[in-house]
Write a protein that binds this ligand. Structure first.
Ligand SMILES: Cc1cc2nc3c(=O)[nH]c(=O)nc-3n(C[C@H](O)[C@H](O)[C@H](O)COP(=O)(O)OP(=O)(O)OC[C@H]3O[C@@H](n4cnc5c(N)ncnc54)[C@H](O)[C@@H]3O)c2cc1C
Length: 426
């Protein structure tokens, strides 16, 4: 889980390693696996996730310091600070969802997105809000990288990248309600244990000290950093590891349900379970490919291979949705045949034992299993899991538009040209 700190020699988390070799990536993967398997892939935002984002950004310290060297130096010092103190971070990219039909600088109030109010000798004063800070109540720090291309000088006040403690004066978080409603682990096996919380971060004239600023006031550089998509080039290893843990958990639940109610004899059920197996193994292949073909790109160290990384980022949300659809289809009405723990302990238990038993499982365990599946795909917690998988990594619609516009079509075009040439010659 740790490596030797380059500055102190102390053991520090592997999520902070700047990978220089494939072996470094494999060491980091092993550490990520231990964490992901501990929560069965349910927690998307264990701190190793943003640790890798900051590490990737730090690999590009020189770029951040392009106009003002201080910003690159700040990034290096910040990375060292959170690494040595093993701090927990939340992060926020998006602007509040007020009017997505117009640009950042055209919202009804210029300080709906976070913008600069003033600068002092101490730092910059910021006002506005950012979404969506998962893990905020459990975090020491908030990391706000540059996000979305800006139109030009008129949007200079939004060209920002920084990090500050969550306990900073003027910074507050508006959380959604908790999905942990105090029920037992029998009644709500996941909601009762794994709600990582989501929040809007509100900046009410917050002072960000200069030594915590990584990007400021340079629209061209800001846009270049956004365009490079630096962080996902490293954190997709975390995503793949988490997804494998989650898909294995989903497969385990599905397999148990199939056995529990004896539906494995039906051909379409076998085919659907196999689809979950194939999805799991596809993610494993993406992970291997992104690591095996990793290499130098820009800045320090090596980076995951881009093509499998991009392809998985665009494919995974729909694949996950399909897995949950299969689970719902196979569980069917069983998802509603789920008396509570209190019912289990009541006088109706003999009736429950008779009618809620399965083919190879007693009523108590069968109900517990179906309650787990419902908490995974159907409760508020389960619905949030599905929403998370659709959006946590950006909006695939827009990502694919970018893919359409930037993909290197030369091989594909050459293939067609060759075909026409062969056709003409035949
Ligand atoms: C559970 C959960 C946890 C999250 N955790 C974090 C986190 O920890 N940190 C973080 O920074 N973010 C987090 N996110 C936010 C995530 O990055 C965003 O949800 C995602 O980028 C989509 O942005 P949005 O939600 O603002 O949707 P919007 O951008 O408002 O999109 C809404 C709809 O409008 C369409 N649309 C909007 N604008 C355009 C356009 N210009 N062109 C075409 N279509 C458009 C979209 O396709 C979509 O269908 C989280 C999201 C979820 C759901």
């Amino acid at each position: 889980m740790t490596f030797k700190s380059p500055s102190t020699g102390d053991p520090v988390p592997l999520s902070f390693i700047i990978p220089k070799t494939q072996d470094d990536l494999l060491k980091r993967r092993k550490a990520l696996e231990i964490t992901a398997e501990a929560h069965h892939g349910i927690l998307g935002r264990t701190p190793d996730y943003v640790n890798i984002q900051v590490t990737a950004t730090r690999q590009m310290a020189e770029l951040h310091g392009h106009t003002d060297k201080r910003f690159g130096d700040n990034l290096i010092a910040y990375h060292e600070n959170i690494r040595e103190n093993d701090l927990s971070l939340t992060h926020c990219f998006g602007h509040p969802q007020v009017n997505r039909g117009v640009a950042v600088g055209q919202q009804p109030d210029p300080y709906i997105p976070i913008g600069v109010v003033d600068t002092t000798s101490e730092g910059i004063i910021l006002r506005g809000a950012k979404l969506l800070a998962t893990l905020a109540p459990f975090s020491d720090e908030i990391f706000v990288p540059p996000y979305r291309p800006l139109r030009g000088k008129e949007e200079e006040m939004y060209a920002l990248g920084f990090a500050i403690p969550t306990a900073t004066k003027g910074l507050s978080f508006i959380c959604r309600e908790s999905w942990d409603t105090g029920r037992s682990t029998y009644d709500q096996p996941l909601s009762s244990r794994f709600d990582e919380m989501d929040a809007l971060a509100v900046f009410d004239d917050v002072l960000v000290p200069w030594d915590r600023v990584f990007c400021y006031g340079d629209v061209e550089l800001h846009n270049h950093i956004v365009e490079l998509g630096i962080m996902w080039r490293q954190y997709m290893q975390h995503v793949a590891v988490k997804n494998i843990a989650k898909l294995e958990f989903a497969l385990g639940m599905t397999h148990a349900m199939v056995e529990a109610i004896g539906i494995g004899v039906h051909a379409h059920v076998q085919e659907k379970v196999a689809e979950i197996i194939d999805t799991t193994e596809t993610v494993r292949s993406y992970l291997r490919a992104m690591e095996a073909d990793a290499g130098p790109w820009m800045g320090e160290g090596i980076w995951l291979s881009p093509e499998p990384t991009i392809a998985m980022r665009h494919w995974a949300p729909d694949a996950y949705q399909r897995v949950t659809d299969i689970m719902q289809q196979l569980a069917a009405g069983g998802l509603m045949l789920t008396p509570t723990e209190a019912d289990m302990e009541s006088s109706i238990r003999p009736v429950i034992d008779k009618y809620f038993q399965g083919a190879k499982i007693g009523a108590y365990d069968r109900v517990r299993l179906f309650r787990l599946v419902w908490d995974f795909i159907g409760t508020q917690f389960g619905s949030r899991q599905i929403l998370y998988e659709r959006y946590f990594n950006g909006d695939v619609v827009r990502l694919r538009q970018g893919r359409f516009q930037t993909y290197d079509y030369s091989k594909a075009d050459a293939s067609l040209a060759k075909f026409w040439q062969e056709t003409d010659q035949s």
